[in-house]
Design a binder for this molecule. Structure first.
Ligand SMILES: [Zn+2]
Length: 280
């Protein structure tokens, strides 16, 4: 498995390598109840192309809603021109990589994770910016490229909820905690050393959708355990009365019996193979 640290160690600037992790961070940002939906996909807008090919790898096509709606209006009213987008939203994982490469002298200038304007969903880098400066400025998108020698195509939308960099950091901290029950970190929206350490250890394709179920102290508990227990009941390896959402010794024994029966490695753990066959 490739981790964020491995991506940094290549010394190559390719934030698309953490596209999977980035998608999970964006989804998590939109699922923090106190903030509501913060980022909206804009790849449904017409009259616009992504320079780097399909969005989703190098470019995260999301913006805050007011920024998206202003862009929609600008594109709708100027259909004789095509907007070519270099970059839009950057997740805290991508900014972490850029910042680390900056510390190594590979990237000229980079904000600390959580602090880049590209992490707010209010920034767009437009490849053919000379054609769009006057237009976009009429719709609330300020051209800032004059002041940014490394970023001559940079536009910033004035509005929305402003800086949401801390929400991105919180989303990552929550995501880490969800997938690392034995290594919980503080969810404070501040990208400090402890958070950076976990970012380095995060899989670049994103966290596996299912956690590995195994015997632990305290016992793993959750809906995922219940689903496995019910499948074991269905398959005749566990008593219905033992379904309790805890991955306990009875469940381990039932899993071992199931694995033996199916010719799987008998380890009493539910990983991808056992899960696929058990829940098929
Ligand atoms: Zn920019």
């Amino acid at each position: 498995m490739e981790f964020v640290k491995n991506v940094i160690d290549t010394g190559v600037v390719d934030t698309g390598r953490v596209a999977g992790l980035s998608r999970q961070i964006i989804t998590e940002m939109n699922s923090i109840a106190e903030f509501g939906n913060v980022l909206f996909s804009f790849d449904d807008l017409e009259n616009m192309v992504f320079k780097t090919g399909e969005p989703g790898r190098k470019v995260n096509p999301v913006l805050q809603l007011s920024a998206k709606e202003a862009l929609r209006a600008a594109l709708r009213d100027n259909q004789d021109k095509k907007l070519v987008i270099n970059s839009a939203y950057r997740t805290v994982a991508q900014q972490h990589i850029l910042y680390q490469l900056h510390l190594k002298g590979i990237v000229g200038k980079a904000a600390k994770p959580g602090l880049s304007p590209h992490e707010d969903g209010l920034a767009l880098d437009v490849d053919n910016y000379p054609d769009w400066i006057r237009i976009l400025e009429r719709y609330g998108w300020q051209y800032l490229g004059d002041d940014l020698p490394n970023d001559p195509w940079h536009f910033s939308f004035d509005g929305g909820r402003g800086d949401i960099g801390n929400i991105g950091v919180k989303a990552f901290q929550r995501l880490w905690n969800k997938h690392n029950s034995d290594d919980q970190i503080e969810v404070d929206g501040d990208f400090g050393g402890e958070t950076a350490k976990r970012m380095n250890k995060s899989p670049s394709d994103g966290f596996p959708l299912f956690r590995l179920l195994k015997l632990t102290t305290p016992l793993l508990e959750g809906e995922d355990v219940r689903v496995v227990q019910e499948a074991l009941v269905e398959a005749g390896f566990l008593d219905a009365g033992k379904v309790n959402k805890f991955y306990d010794t009875e469940t381990v024994e039932a899993v071992e019996a199931f694995q033996k029966d199916k010719g799987l490695v008998v380890d009493g753990k539910v990983g991808p193979n056992t899960r696929r066959i058990l829940l098929a």
